[in-house]
Design a binder for this molecule. Structure first.
Ligand code: DMJ
Length: 648
């Protein structure tokens, strides 16, 4: 049907009809304009009325519309019985339809009642919950959480098994009973101290990173972020194992199996987590053969990888385990990365590639090595700070103590761990030590050899407790040093051991301070109050042990025993072992921290000092910087994924 074309109302012309209207009788086609206009007005008034009626329906009719909608939602699958569609598309109501409609309404009403009842029950439950105590509610939440976790575990097939690789030669992991009764007695005492430290942590700090032995509760530091990852458990495992404390080891293993989870929103130190956790887990795996340790080490390593996403590939100091976001400490030369941190990943990462067949770990650490090799070194020294954005050195400070120490250690140990095939690492170590000897190592007026700190072209005549580890490192690196200087380096190791022993011997407690000076008539003593503390550190004892292994000079056992007695006398409390704030005071105050490295390192080195050499022989094991021994990988016979075959 066609509609008439109308001219504007003001027009005077008679409208023409559209072509389709030409067949209408003439008198209709020629209706007068005024009549048409009136008809049109009536029609539009009628349409307006209908629209108005529709939009201004009373409220109850809206409810009806809602009810109908609800029915459609609740019973979408029931074809509406009260309305049927005629084939013409017109809506009709059947006689039977009325009956069905009533039944349908009843069903809807009963559903509505059910929903109301559900709401009331939920409300009632909420009221009851509010009446419960905080503890009751927490217990309920915990039970539900555990249930959800268990259900998830059941559904989760777990991590993919790793490819089998030949187990490296694992020898001398237990026993080591010394032939001398006196040494045996001392070793037993050290074992007892380990048990006291462990049992106290077990009782008061279980699952926390560390222990507050005075307050008798858990403790943590910012290196672990806000995490509760049982650092002491992981760090202590291998010491428990070699001491034959198998029940305790099993206890620790169970905790790790059930609780150690790295999907936590915590910003941790990449270096500390690597040396304590990955190192500890890898060693626990090699000693015990329990797969869980290897799997956990690999899971954690994956979480550390985002830290390498920097413009240079030099990792951030810290990474958030959940988000993967990394950053550096603000105090570290305007946000630089630290040599001793990014340079102390090699051993663990090479083992990760070996165990997983994944080249990524090896590639990350080799990239760091290559980048460093290309850089200019002021006076042949490595500054402690490197900016991961620009790839430039930060402040020109060099140290064999804090911030630099384990970088040099890992160069030497990379070579040893590769069965001496990684000659690039050995050469880098030799060159670095040569520059250190030239610029940092001096003899005091009193004849004590010390390692100072290089600060912008000036030597600070101060040595840190941390730098005392270098005595052991020089002795370990003596064999294989250039120009047949083996004797020289063994001697240098002995001199450092002597100096560090002096730093202990010149205190009231016979425990060493954090840093000591060789200046203005002072020899191996701390000056500043904030350098007089001892926090159960291992470095001096570590050097005694290496020197003992290489020389069997009884003085090293004697010095080790002096330290053992001092620790037992001044640091032992009923809740474990604590650091002390002033080694020059006969009445020291405690710092109330039992560091995890006390169990990982200090007690382990002491135990080894009084064991026979066939316990963890140095031909087969290389200790990481947290004293976790890793087996030598015979890379002459193995090619790591992502590496070239080793050249001898
Ligand atoms: C340990 O965590 C490691 O030995 C590290 O290399 C330096 N500091 C502590 C112990 O003092």
């Amino acid at each position: 049907m066609t509609t008439p074309t109308l001219l504007p109302l003001s027009g005077r012309r008679i409208p023409t009809l559209s072509p389709g209207a030409s067949s209408f009788p003439h008198h209709r086609a020629t209706l007068r304009l005024s009549e048409k206009f009136i008809l049109l007005l009536i029609l539009s008034a009628f349409i307006t009325l209908c629209f108005g009626a529709f939009f201004f329906l009373p409220d109850n009719s809206k409810h009806k519309r809602f009810d109908l909608g609800l029915e459609d939602v609740l019973i979408p699958h029931i074809d509406s019985p009260r309305e049927g569609k005629h084939s013409s598309g017109q809506m009709v109501i059947h006689g039977q339809g009325r009956h069905d409609e009533n039944r349908h309404r009843e069903e809807v009403a009963s559903l509505r009642d059910k929903i109301r009842a559900d709401h009331e029950r939920a409300l009632q439950e909420a009221k009851e919950k509010l009446r419960k105590s905080r503890e009751e509610l927490q217990a309920e939440i915990q039970t539900e959480k555990t249930k959800v976790m268990e259900d998830l575990k059941k559904k989760d097939p777990g991590p993919k098994p790793l490819p089998p690789v030949p187990m490296p030669k694992v020898v001398g992991v237990s026993d080591g009973e010394p032939p001398e009764p006196d040494a045996k007695e001392k070793r037993d005492k050290i074992r007892e101290m380990m048990k006291h430290a462990w049992d106290s942590y077990r009782q008061y700090g279980w699952g926390h990173n560390e222990l507050k032995p005075i307050a008798k509760k858990g403790h943590s530091t910012n290196i672990f972020g806000s995490s509760q990852m049982g650092a002491t458990i992981v760090d202590a495992l291998d010491t428990l194992y070699i001491m034959g404390l198998h029940e305790e080891f099993k206890d620790g293993q169970e905790w790790i199996e059930q609780n150690l989870d790295f999907s936590v929103n915590a910003e941790v130190s990449v270096f500390e987590v690597n040396i304590r956790f990955i190192g500890g887990l890898l060693t626990a795996y090699y000693l015990s053969g329990q797969e869980v340790f290897k799997l956990k080490a690999v899971q954690l390593a994956e979480k550390l990888l985002p830290a390498f996403n920097t413009p240079t590939g030099i990792p951030w100091a810290m990474v958030n385990l959940k988000s993967g976001v990394g950053r550096n400490w603000g105090w570290a030369s305007a946000g630089s990365s630290i040599l001793a941190e990014f340079g102390t990943l090699h051993m663990e990462f090479v083992h990760l590639t070996y165990l997983t067949g994944n080249p990524v770990y090896y590639q990350k650490v080799m990239h760091i090595r290559k980048l460093l090799a290309k850089m200019d070194r002021p006076n042949g020294l490595y500054p402690n700070y490197l900016n991961p954005r620009t790839g430039r050195w930060g402040q020109h400070h060099t140290s064999v103590g804090g911030l630099g120490d384990s970088f040099y250690e890992y160069l030497l140990k990379a070579w040893l761990m590769s069965d001496k095939t990684d000659t690039e690492a050995r050469k880098t170590y030799d060159d670095a030590i040569e520059a250190i000897e030239r610029h940092l190592i001096r003899k005091s007026n009193g004849g004590l050899t010390f390692i100072g700190e290089w600060k912008n072209g000036h030597l600070e005549r101060k040595m840190g407790h941390l730098a005392c580890f270098a005595g052991g490192m020089f002795a370990l690196g003596a064999d294989g040093s250039p120009d047949d200087k083996a004797g020289h380096y063994l001697q240098l190791g002995a001199e450092i051991a002597h100096t560090c022993h002096e730093s202990y011997d010149r205190t009231v407690l016979k425990l060493g301070p954090e840093a000591f000076k060789f200046d203005s008539g002072l020899e191996a003593v701390a000056v500043r109050q904030n350098e007089k503390y001892y926090i159960l550190r291992p470095e001096v004892i570590e050097t005694y042990w290496y020197m003992w292994r290489f020389t069997h000079d009884p003085k090293y056992r004697q010095w080790g025993w002096e330290a053992t007695q001092a620790i037992d006398k001044y640091c032992r409390v009923s809740g474990g072992f604590s650091g002390v704030k002033d080694v020059y005071s006969s009445n020291p105050t405690y710092d109330d921290v039992q560091q995890s490295f006390f169990l990982a390192e200090t007690l382990k080195y002491l135990y080894l000092l009084f064991s026979s050499d066939d316990l963890l022989p140095l031909e087969n094991w290389v200790f990481n910087t947290e004293a976790h021994p890793l087996p030598v990988l015979h890379l002459g016979n193995i090619t790591l994924p992502g590496s070239e075959p080793a050249q001898r």
